[in-house]
Design a protein around this ligand. Structure first.
Ligand code: PRX
Length: 583
């Protein structure tokens, strides 16, 4: 089905003149060098992401500007200026130095969205260590896998999260320190033996730190991302990525100095760092950080209370707002909003039209991945929107639709979405898996793992993924991770996991499970396995549905055929089953 084009607004109509005014001309003449010149850099030519986001403003004209408007889940409010952010992150850098942490060491954050997470994040980067943010909803298994694989030396966490993963902490020989943030004394529990108190260490750390010694190519941030096989891989980025965070913040999110920005992504995922930290702050913009979870009324309240002007969110969130009804937003003053963007999953045209109806503006979709580090394809304020399309490549990015041999396909044809390397935010490796990293580059392209097509006017349209990775509510889930957790349950013989279509979350995790001899497929057992998986993984990652089967379809070499499970679930043709061996 084709939907009517949403014509670009005339420049006279828009509330704020867009930063990018002529897409085609800019795309043709663009050079990264010109963006590099807009950043501060370090004396001597180095580059540091924290310096660009914090110190440059604190030491320049934005010293007393509010960087962070924080609202806690218990209703607490705190604000921090760029200067306060500079001092707090310096303290954290000194604290780490005092513990003997060195450049290149991995320091992981397993925290809720509290201000201390942001101070720690920038402090780690100032020291030149590598920061690894973890999704705060994770259970013990994903946390163990990531800390083990990265050889993390320090974990910064909070009392209840530490408690949740306590069982795995002894399995981590390289983990030397656990720093516990007891935000506003929320926890009355004493520190566990050997743990360090954030508050005590920070009180004794100097607020001045320096000089910063990172280069543009030093590693900065690593985010784990799921593939079809094996454990998640740590995609490693470098400080140079800030160049692209800054640029896309300016041209795609259209950030202006006057904006009040709100990114709803969790800082444990890449959107939460690239666009929940780096893009807004490198542009010197004030942002709202809301610790609470999703509730439609609470979200509208955030927009009203803080006067949010620019909002970056995700399709599942928009669909949940749609479900909460059209009347609710009418009860709030949302007139501050001027621009909305979305990422992470296909944005259905209905959601875009709903945005027009309720917020009086369409929602602008954009596309990227953990590996790409920053937005690569986008809709812009000055381009017409083709509902259902992800938009056009960011200036500086060459995207194409290719066949397996790397040959580019003409407009209209579906193929692999691929990008010409390299760009500033491109990942530099998968931690300790250089081979897998190299396999992502073929015939002069970075092959994204997404299927797409391009229309004759250069708009890109998402078709689907080429692998079995599940996208649930914008979070990628590797079926292998879930299957591994399930088979640890004593009753489970085998498990096969797929994404089942869902009207809100796009896909939910569904598991097919065969039982060991002696176990009966009862509803009680199903609930118990479900609970077991949820405790090990995380609510969104664990299966929402479990179906007991006698056996799973496998290839002759014993690999579970998830594709077939999915086809059967959806009532689709089973395709090539020549390698199937079913008992
Ligand atoms: O399949 C694409 C989907 O999400 C994947 C990237 O997920 P992740 O690495 O977790 O990065 C999150 C940062 C965006 C992509 O390979 N995806 C992302 N954006 C879109 C999308 N699918 C359709 N439309 C989008 N706009």
């Amino acid at each position: 089905m084709t939907y009517p084009v949403i014509e670009k607004p005339s420049l006279a109509e828009v509330r704020m003149k867009p930063n990018l005014q002529d897409y085609d001309a800019t795309y043709r003449s663009f050079q990264w060098k010109s963006v590099e010149r807009e950043l501060a850099w370090l004396p001597g030519g180095g580059l540091n992401l924290a310096h660009e986001c914090v110190d440059r403003h604190a030491l320049g004209g934005l010293r007393d500007k509010v960087a962070m408007l924080w609202e806690g889940k218990e209703g607490e409010e705190e604000t921090y200026t760029f200067e306060q952010m500079r001092r707090e992150s310096n303290r954290f850098a000194n604290l780490l130095k005092g513990l003997g942490v060195q450049k290149g060491d991995r320091v992981f954050l397993f925290m809720e969205r509290v201000p201390e997470l942001y101070f720690a994040f920038f402090g780690i980067l100032k020291l030149g260590a590598v920061v690894g943010p973890l999704f705060s909803a994770f259970g013990p298994d994903p946390v163990r896998d990531r800390l083990l694989n990265s050889g993390a030396r320090v974990l910064v966490t909070q009392p209840d999260l530490r408690q949740r993963v306590a069982s795995i902490l002894k399995d981590l020989p390289e983990l030397k320190h656990i720093i516990v943030v007891n935000k506003n004394n929320r926890s009355r529990e004493p520190l566990a033996r050997g743990d360090l108190s954030y508050e005590v260490l920070m009180a004794n750390a100097s607020a001045e730190f320096g000089p910063l010694t990172t280069t543009k190519d030093d590693y900065s941030i690593m985010h784990y991302t799921s593939g079809t096989t094996g454990r998640p891989k740590g995609a490693v980025h470098r400080h140079y990525a800030v160049v692209q965070h800054y640029l896309t913040g300016k041209w795609v999110l259209d950030l202006h100095r006057e904006d009040i920005y709100w990114c709803t992504a969790d800082p444990g995922w890449v959107t939460g760092t690239s666009y929940g930290m780096s893009a807004p702050w490198s542009n010197g913009v004030t942002q709202v950080i809301y610790e609470g979870g999703f509730r439609a009324s609470a979200w509208y309240q955030v927009i009203q209370k803080y006067g949010v002007t620019m909002w970056y969110t995700a399709p599942t969130a928009i669909r949940m707002l749609m479900k909460a009804g059209e009347e609710l937003p009418g009860q709030y003053d949302l007139s501050s909003l001027r621009y909305i963007c979305s990422v992470g999953e296909p944005l259905n045209p209905e959601a875009i039209f709903w945005g027009q109806k309720v917020f009086h503006m369409p929602i602008h979709d954009n596309w990227w991945q953990t590996e790409t580090g920053a937005i690569l394809i986008a809709n812009y304020p000055i381009l017409s929107i083709r509902p259902g399309s992800m938009g056009k490549p960011v200036p500086g990015i060459r995207a194409g639709i290719v066949e397996q041999d790397g040959k580019e396909l003409p407009p209209g044809q579906e193929g692999d979405l691929a990008i010409r390397p390299e760009w500033p935010a491109m990942f530099r490796t998968y931690w300790q898996d250089e081979e897998r990293y190299r396999s992502r580059f073929q015939n002069g392209w970075y092959v994204t793992g997404d299927r797409a097509r391009q229309d004759k006017d250069g708009y890109f349209w998402f078709v689907g993924r080429t692998d079995d990775v599940i996208n649930t509510a914008g979070h990628l889930v590797g079926p292998f991770e879930v299957e591994s957790a399930l088979i640890e349950h004593p009753a489970v013989a085998e498990a096969g996991v797929i994404g089942k279509p869902d009207p809100i979350a796009m896909e939910v995790v569904k598991a097919f499970v065969s039982l060991k001899e002696g176990y009966e497929p009862t509803p009680q057992l199903r609930n118990e396995i479900m609970r077991f998986a949820r405790q090990k993984l995380a609510a969104g990652v664990a299966p929402r549905e479990i179906e007991f089967v006698r056996s799973l379809p496998k290839t002759r070499s014993g690999k579970i055929m998830r594709r077939l499970l999915k086809a059967r679930e959806l009532g689709l043709p089973e395709g090539d089953t020549s390698t199937l061996e079913e008992d």
